[in-house]
Design a protein around this ligand. Sequence first.
Ligand SMILES: Nc1nc2c(c(=O)[nH]1)N[C@H]1C(S)=C(S)[C@@H](COP(=O)(O)O)O[C@H]1N2
Ligand SMILES: [Mo]
Length: 448
Amino acid sequence: MANEPTQRGRILRAPEHFVDGQLAADITASGLNEERRGFLRRSFLAAGAALAGGQALAQPAGDPNILNLPEHARTLGKPVASNPYGMPSKFETNLLRRESPGLTRVGAASVAFTPLQGLFGIITPSGLHFERHHQGWYDIDPSKHRLMINGMVKTPKVYTMDDLMRMPSVSRMHFIECGANTAMEWGNVAVPTVQYSHGMLSCSEFTGVPLSVLLEECGYDKKNARVILAEGGDGSAMTRTISLDRALDDVIVAWGMNGEMLRPENGYPLRLVVPGVQGVSWVKWLRRIEVGDQPYATKDEAVHYIDAMPDGNFRQYTSIQECKSVITTPSAGQTLLDKGFYNVTGLAWSGRGRIKRVDVSVDGGRNWRTARLESPVLPKCLTRFNIDWVWDGSPAVLQSRAIDETGYVQPKINELRAVRGTKSIYHNNAIQSWQVAQSGEVSNVQVY
Ligand SMILES: Nc1nc2c(c(=O)[nH]1)N[C@H]1C(S)=C(S)[C@@H](COP(=O)(O)O)O[C@H]1N2
Ligand SMILES: [Mo]
C-alpha cells in the first residue's frame, strides 16, 4: 500500500513556469503579437515579484514546449458532445477512489476512500465521493422506488419519486464523514496517505425536501413523538434513530447531489442527509421513516458506531462529528521537489456549525499561524484553508488545528487518548501531523 501511486504525489515547484527576459524574445519568434507579448511580460514580472524566498527563476529558454506550436494549436479539435457525459482528462486517471485492501472480508461491505490529496476547493466530484456499504450498492429503478412514512402519524403515506420531487425543495452544501474516519490511527500511525487516514469524508450540494415538510404532511404526533427511525432499502436493512428535534431542524430527504441525481453508490434515488451527524445516519436507498416515542434499540445501533471507553463502558449516540481539520497538501505520500515556496492547503469542518479559525504549525505545534479561510464558510460544510510556507529544506512537522464557532478547539491525539483511551474506533478528530524529511518526502507521524 505504501507504494501505491497518489494523485499529485509530487508537488511541483510553484514558480516553475515563470520566464525571464530572454524568453520574451522567443515568444515573439513564436508569433505572438506585440500587445499579447506586453501582457505576458507584465504578468510574468508581477508573478515573479511576488515570489517568496527569492528563488532563482527557471530558465526555460529553448524549451520545445514553448518554441514549437503544438498540434492542438494548428488543427481542428473534437466536435461538441463527443462525450455526451463529460469525463476527466486522460491525464488525470490517477485521481481515484481507493479501497483499503483487507479492511473487510468482502468488498460489498467495505469502504472506498476519497482522494483528498488531489482535490481543490470544498466540493467532492460525485464520482470521487467516498463509499461505505454494509451490504453492497444497487442501481434502483426510481419508478419503482417508494418512501413510506408511518408510526406516530395521523396519516401514514407512501410517496413515489414523482410525488417527492414536486414538493418544495432546498439545496444545501454539507460534508458527510463516516464516524470511523481516521479510525486506524487511535493507537499509532497506521496508514500511508491522507486518502486512507481522512478519505471517508466528502462534501456535496444536496437537493431534496426538508424532512419537516413530510412529517408535517403526515401529521406527526407533536405531543408524544420523540424520534424517527430511518430504514434503507438494501439487504442490510440499515436502520438508524434520529431525535425528532434534529429531524425537524435541518434533515433533508435528498435525491440531488451536485446538480444531478444521487449516484447509485450514494443512495440513488433517495437518501437521508443529516447535517453534522456521522455518515451512518445518512441512510441510503431510503425507503421508510417511522415516527416513534423512544429510541429504537436496533441491533445495528447497539453494536455499531459507539465509542469504547478506557473503563470498559461504551458511549452511545455520540453522533455529531466534532470539529476537525487536515492538511491535504503537502501530505503523506507526496514529495516536495525543492526548498522554497509552497501553498499549504487543507480542509476543516465541524458538525456543530461554521469553522471560525484554522491555525497551521510547521514545527510540530510549537508555533502557530492563522490560515486564510476561503469562502464560502458554511455551517456543517467543508471549509478550505490556505497558508503560505517557505520551506528551508530542513525537517518539518506540519499540523492544522481547527476551531469552530462554538469555541471548540480540535484536540491533539494525546489529549484525546487521555479521555477516550485507544480502544475506540469511532470519532477520532485529533490534529494530524505530517513529517517532511530533508529529502522532501512527507510521511504520517504522531507528534504532540
Ligand atoms: N442503506 C444504507 N445506508 C447507509 C449505509 C449502508 O450500508 N446502507 N452505510 C452508512 C454509512 S456507515 C456511511 S459512512 C454512509 C456512507 O455514505 P456514502 O457511501 O454515500 O459515502 O452511508 C450510510 N448509509
Ligand atoms: Mo460509516
